[in-house]
Design a protein around this ligand. Structure first.
Ligand SMILES: [Fe+2]
Ligand SMILES: [Fe+2]
Length: 208
């Protein structure tokens, strides 16, 4: 029997040993998102689960850190206009402007609660296409140079996982419906040429 996303999430909590207070924090945020928009909630859980797989595959990112950042990456959508958030067709420039607020909103929502993830999610749309947000708010935490590099590095991976999951699971106009796996690979390569080797590795090894 196939597991529900919630069951898979519980298994992931056990697998990477998330402490009870942290499980409570993460599920509280996710449940708020679920109230706002179920597809976004499901997307965030899938991305979190995929974050663990990608981290284990690469051996160079911490599964727990990538899991948190992926699981929380769209939390800022809690503050998006529901009309834009739930729109599946006729998505216009104004809706796009509204949705472009979510990285900064997510950062503001989660700083002080999950600081490292908050900073990562701020950059999750920064490296594809035109990239946003244009203005990056000052960090309230004085991260070390190394942590600052890691934040951008994790954000690039979160961005790839996010892009791939959104493309493969959502009926949307942007990609003309859900593509096949090989079409998905091509779309990923086209929009993320800086990561072509990594994307091919993820596809060849059935991570994506
Ligand atoms: Fe996003
Ligand atoms: Fe997303």
């Amino acid at each position: 029997m196939e597991l529900t996303l919630e069951q898979e999430l519980q298994n992931a909590f056990d697998e990477i040993e998330i402490a009870p207070d942290q499980r409570h924090s993460l599920t509280t945020i996710l449940n708020m998102v679920k109230l706002a928009d179920v597809p976004t909630y499901e997307h965030m859980i899938r991305c979190g689960l995929l974050g663990i797989k990608v981290a284990k595959f690469t051996h160079i990112v911490d599964p727990k850190a990538l899991f948190y950042a992926d699981l929380l990456h769209d939390a800022g959508k809690l503050l998006s206009d529901p009309a834009s958030l739930k729109k599946t067709e006729g998505f216009g420039a104004e809706d796009m402007q509204e949705m472009k607020k979510h990285p900064v909103d997510g950062y503001r929502l989660l700083r002080g609660i999950h600081d490292f993830s908050a900073r990562i999610l701020l950059y999750h749309h920064k490296y594809v296409g035109e990239g946003y947000p244009e203005q990056i708010p000052q960090s309230c935490i004085d991260f070390s140079e190394g942590s600052a590099v890691n934040i951008r590095f994790y954000a690039r991976i979160v961005g790839l996982i996010d892009f791939n999951d959104a493309m493969m699971h959502r009926e949307n106009e942007k990609f003309g419906g859900v593509p096949t796996r090989e079409q998905g690979r091509e779309i990923m390569l086209k929009h993320n040429p800086d990561q072509s080797y990594f994307i091919n590795q993820l596809y060849d090894n059935n991570i994506f």
